[in-house]
Structure formats: C-alpha cells, structure tokens
Design a protein around this ligand. Structure first.
Ligand code: GDP
Ligand code: MG
Length: 439
C-alpha cells in the first residue's frame, strides 16, 4: 500500500493547489494502492469519492504543499473510515459482563480469549473463560493451558455437551463465583456455514452477551467485508478484534470492518504472547497504512521501560533527525528489555514485515552493534559524521570491538539511513541524504 501511495504523492510535486484535474492521477494511484491492499471494491469507491470531494473543496492553506494536503486528507478519511475514535469495551451495569467470541477457524479466537482475560485482569477485573469449542478435545486443552498461563479459571464440560448448554452452565457458575467478566470461546469453521451460525445463535440466545466480538485475521483481506457483513446480519456483532497484525498483512481487513457493518474494531492482536493485545487506534492504523510507521505506539511502548523524559527526548530526536549512537544504544537496550522484538520492529517505519527467524537474526545483530557502539568515544557517539569521515576511526572501532571494518561501516550507514527515514517520516515528503563513507 505504501509504495502505491508514495507515487500518488509524487505526482503532486510542483503543483500549487489541489484541483479537480491534478488529483485525478494521484487518486487513481490511491485507488490502486487500496485495491492492492485487499480493501473491498465498494469500500474503495466510497473512500476515493470522499477524499476527492474533500480535496477539491479545500482552500489553499499557506505553507502547506498540495501533496502534504492530500496526505492529510487521506489520513483523516482513513481515520474516519476506521471509526475515528478508540472504541472501548462495554461492561454490563449489573451482573457479569459476557463477551462472546466468534469467527472462522484458526483466526485466533482461543488465543484472544486468554489474551482478553489477561488484558482485563490487568485492569482489575476478575474473569472466567468458558470452553465452547466442543469439536476437538485439543481445543479445550489449548484453552485450559492458556487459562493456566494467565491464571484465570476455565469452565469446561468436555466434548459431549452442546455448546449452548456449556454456555448456560458456565454463566451460572460465573454468577455464583461473582466474576466480573465471562469470556466464551467458540468453535470456528473454515468457511461460514449454517451449522456454525445456528450454533452461535443458540449460544448467543442463552448468554444474552454484552459484547459479541467477531475475531478477524488481519490477513483476510477482501473477504473480510463479506465475512463481517454475514456475521453481523446472522448473529449481530458489537465489534471486532483484528488479530495477527504483527504478520505480513496488507491492512485491507482493517479498512472494511466499520464501513460494512457500522461496528468498530475494538482490539488488535499483535503477536502470540498473552500481552500482545491492545486497543485499536484508528489514527495510528491510518499512519501505519500511509507508511509513516507507528511512531506513537513505539514511543508509548518505549515509555513502559524508559523514563518518561527519556521517551520524550527520543521522540524529539526522532522528529529532528538528530538520532545518534547514544539513542541507538539506549533504544536497542530497552528493546531487549521489552522482550518481543517483533512488535517493536514492526513499528519502526520501513520495517513492516518481520518473521521469527528475522527476529532472532535482529537480536543477534543488535548484540554485534552494541559491541561496536561501546567501542566508540563519547564524541563519536554523538557525532556519527566523525565516523563517516574517518576510516581510521572506523578501523580503531573494528579492532577494539573485534569486528570487521565492513561491519563498522555498515553500522554507520545504518544510522544515517534511520535518520533519513525518520526525517522523511516527519516531513512527509522532504528527502534527506545519506553521506557516502570516505575511504
Ligand atoms: P482459533 O481456531 O480461532 O481458536 O485460533 P487459535 O487461537 O487457535 O489461533 C490459531 C493460531 O494463530 C495459533 O497458532 C496462534 O498462536 C496464532 N495467533 C493467534 N493470534 C495471533 C496474533 O495476533 N499474531 C500471531 N502471529 N499469531 C497469532
Ligand atoms: Mg479455537
């Protein structure tokens, strides 16, 4: 999606204002980019129309270039398309809050059940999980194991009892135990079929749930629109949870959910660990889609491990592209402390797709980088230019850290690339330059 959009912006370079004529080409690129990102056609049509109307109607803002203006409008429309604001979970006024999870097989329902229990527990709510997938004993075991992991009780009845009956008994049990939230996991099928829908309807009738959340795999793409529509019409959903956002997803599903159902995405799953569940922020998702990376999420995550002022400092440096080796080191160290590299790497602009093997590789190369940075003088860390200019310095660092000169050169080049990326990110359009290392 990002590269398609970039060509859209480029076409407006040199233009003074946005007109009906000069947005035709960029809009075509945007349309193509959205379709390539697997957004469904009707959604794309409405989106492009909305952006065009906005763009031509808008007056010239002094100091803002037309391409930037178009980025801004696209961004705003994307945010709107995804629901605008964060949509919080709704809790029952009295008695337990019941959350029913539905969705196709393998999308991450069982994982989400446990993640959600963990997420709510952190907010001080007591939870209970109900194993409603009776078709495979393994599915029940999976929930029991995850329940143990997050220390939340799991109500099971084995595979002989009907899901609606399990739901009824689970709910009774939850009321008796006075838990705050009951999360009901259900069985999925590979495709939508009547059996699954009927079963879900039965379960829903019994539970009268506060939330019916459709779990959608972010990789679903185009079909997400039809899927969400069908579930919403058949059983009635209150929102969706988008999973596997850490993977190689093109974002199409995220854009379709709200538009076709009127129901918001409430939470996103970004990994297999129990802590990898967070609220869905339409503005950040829009930024990510536009290729600006998820700087806000990144800074927020960093805040959990860094001092507040450190994080602000980092944000300032990212903005002003003064990011030096000290920041690099500080960041890599806190990244190590953050545990999962996957998420963090995914948030850095230009580093969208990360596999577990790449993560291990990245962790290894972080160690190597650390060694080299430690061999730098304080001055060199603050002024990477010194290293770009002086092969002698690079040679010394290579010797002191036991690495090759080539590895040192690579590290220096990498820092400058990062600076440029960050600068691009903030100036949206301005290009930066990467100095050639002198020999
Ligand atoms: P269910 O059939 O809908 O219950 O799906 P599961 O919860 O069993 O998940 C299917 C697979 O997807 C499992 O291997 C999970 O570990 C994995 N999974 C679930 N959520 C995520 C996520 O957010 N990111 C990644 N990378 N994997 C996930
Ligand atoms: Mg399951």
């Amino acid at each position: 999606l990002t590269s398609g959009l970039e060509s859209a912006w480029k076409k407006l370079k040199g233009e003074e204002v946005l007109t009906k004529e000069n947005i035709v080409e960029p809009m075509r690129d945007i349309r193509r980019a959205l379709l390539e990102a697997d957004v469904s056609l009707p959604v794309v049509r409405r989106f492009v129309q909305a952006v065009s109307d906005q763009a031509v109607g808008v007056g010239l803002i002094r100091g803002v270039k037309p391409d930037q203006q178009l980025v801004k409008i696209v961004n705003e429309e994307l945010v709107k398309l995804m629901g605008g604001e964060v949509s919080e979970l709704v809790f029952a006024k009295s008695g337990p809050t019941v959350i029913l999870l539905a969705g196709l097989q393998g999308v991450g329902k069982t994982t989400v059940s446990a993640k959600l229990a963990y997420y709510l527990k952190k907010q001080g709510k007591s939870c209970m999980l109900v194993a409603g997938d009776v078709y495979r004993p393994a599915a029940i075991d999976q929930l029991v194991i995850l329940g143990e992991q997050v220390d939340v009780p799991v109500y099971t009845e084995g595979t002989e009892v009907k899901p609606s009956e399990i739901a009824r008994q689970g709910l009774t049990e939850a009321k008796k135990k006075k838990v705050d939230v009951v999360i009901v996991d259900t069985a999925g099928r590979l495709q939508i079929d009547k059996g699954m829908m009927d079963e879900l309807k039965d379960v829903k009738r019994v539970l009268n749930p506060t939330e019916v959340l459709l779990v959608v795999d972010a990789m679903t793409g185009q079909e997400a629109a039809a899927l969400v529509t069908t579930f919403n019409i058949e059983i009635g959903i209150t929102g969706a949870i988008l999973t596997k956002l850490d993977g190689d997803s093109r974002g199409g599903a995220a854009l379709s959910v709200k538009e076709v159902s009127g129901k918001p995405i409430k939470l996103v799953g970004r990994g297999e660990r129990m802590e990898d569940l967070e609220p869905f922020y339409p503005d950040r998702m829009a930024g990510r889609i536009l290729g600006m990376g998820d700087v806000l999420s990144f800074v927020e995550k960093a805040q959990e491990v860094m001092q507040q002022e450190d994080a602000e400092e980092l944000q300032k440096k990212i903005m002003s592209a003064k990011f030096d080796f000290n920041d690099f080191l500080k960041q890599t160290r806190s990244v190590a402390r953050m545990g999962s590299m996957t998420r963090v790497l995914g948030m850095i602009p230009g580093m969208g797709k990360v596999t577990p093997a790449q993560v291990r590789e990245a962790e290894k190369s972080l160690k190597i980088m650390e060694g080299m940075i430690e061999a730098m003088t304080p001055e060199e860390r603050e002024k990477p230019e010194l290293l770009a200019e002086s092969p002698i310095r690079r040679k010394r660092i290579a010797q002191d850290s036991g690495k090759t000169e080539q590895q040192v050169s690579q590290l220096v080049a990498q820092l400058f690339q990062m600076r440029v990326r960050m600068k691009n990110l903030m100036g949206v359009m301005e290009g930066g330059s990467i100095p050639a290392l002198s020999n």
